[in-house]
Design a protein around this ligand. Sequence first.
Ligand code: NAD
Length: 444
Amino acid sequence: MKKRYVQVGIGGRSYMYSDAIKHKYPEYCQLAGLCDTNRHRMDIRNKRFTEGDAHFPEYKPVSPVKTYTADQFDLMLEEQKPDTVIVTCMDSAHDEYIIRAMNAGCDVICEKPLTIDSQRCQKIIDTVGRTGRNLKVTFNCRYSPVRALVKQTLMDGAVGDILSVDFFWNLNTSHGADYFRRWHRQKENSGGLLVHKATHHFDLVNWWIAAVPEEVYCIAGRQFYTPAQAERYGLKNRGKRCRNCPESKKCKFYLDIEANPDLKSLYLDAEKYDGYQRDLCVFDEEIGIEDSMNATVRYDTGVMMSYALNAFTPWEGYSISFNGTLGRLEHTCVERVYINGDGSTPGELIKKGTSVTVHPHFAEPYALPIPEARGGHGGGDDPLLADIFNPNAPKDPLKRAAGLGDGAWSILTGIAANQSIRTGLPVRPADLVHGIPEPSFRKD
Ligand SMILES: NC(=O)c1ccc[n+]([C@@H]2O[C@H](COP(=O)([O-])OP(=O)(O)OC[C@H]3O[C@@H](n4cnc5c(N)ncnc54)[C@H](O)[C@@H]3O)[C@@H](O)[C@H]2O)c1
């Protein structure tokens, strides 16, 4: 029997899931309902289902899906009786839909981050415990072949027992800037980049070193996406948004959402229904998130990590080093930049500049060949979808399928970091939330 799915949050990221159900795994899955606060975004999804999409000529027209506005979410569950609810809405609403779905007897697949603060995280943990429903959190980054290579090499013991980690993530002035244009720019929507974005990074570390965070200290600030930086660029007469901004010709951060047909139909044409503006000024004084973050983390295995996230760098990607009892593994990854929802493939891995090198103690270093990676997020999106929607997917020796424990531990580093920024003190994630299950990678 086909599994029945409904999806809530029909914005830029949601395409990946609805396309997979409709076009890649229709023999196993059925999409029975779409739900969003914005009717327009659901209507254009149905138009695309019935008429096709020039970006994907291989997708043949398929039947439309019944739509429900957010206030009809419970009605959708009642009418469609789904097995699973896919949650791809704004981060701060994840908890609400996870809880309502599970109370109605459904399993849940949730986009990262699981949620944005410890109170919401606690409610989700309690709900899973009470209802016994299954929760999957979709960490596509784990599925990227180069990250699997790093995991396998560490598991094979190439550097011995890991003692410390140095991790630097760069978001560039295109992709990084984009978090300062829309809902992500306020912590009450996204938890800030330490939660919204770094949930990927902290999850990768948890999984790579098979550990969970024990203590976190963090300092952070907004240093670049500020009115002062706009002044440095000579942007004296800025508007609240890019559209009709008097400085648009001079500003390197100008985003013309009217010029890109995908951005126009997904966001500009939808504005009249909910007032969500996709092109707010990145130098706005009202922005509430940081663009530079430095954290120190101690893990329950004794590993210590230095982590820095910077959102205004000239190139996009990261470098990480694992220092072990037998040597050091250095990994650098370069990613193609994009603007979410612009119709391009997000975050493709660029082979030139991407490397994995093992430096054994007292011996010559050696580089490992970089595996091919096609598609979004370092080649991680497609294998993730297979793991979710193909019931015949093989058992994964790298244990990449993530559940409640993985989702919770990945956000708790960032949530603890946010508290540390506020208080100036180190914070223990386990003091913030109780009953956090073991992550999947530590289970047999
Ligand atoms: N794993 C990844 O690589 C990745 C990449 C991008 C986004 N994401 C995640 O996907 C989710 C969606 O992000 P996006 O980039 O598509 O954002 P988006 O702004 O394009 O879409 C969000 C959608 O949610 C809807 N929405 C907002 N509040 C809602 C509510 N209360 N009820 C129902 N619908 C609501 C909006 O109308 C919009 O259609 C976020 O959780 C984000 O963190 C993950």
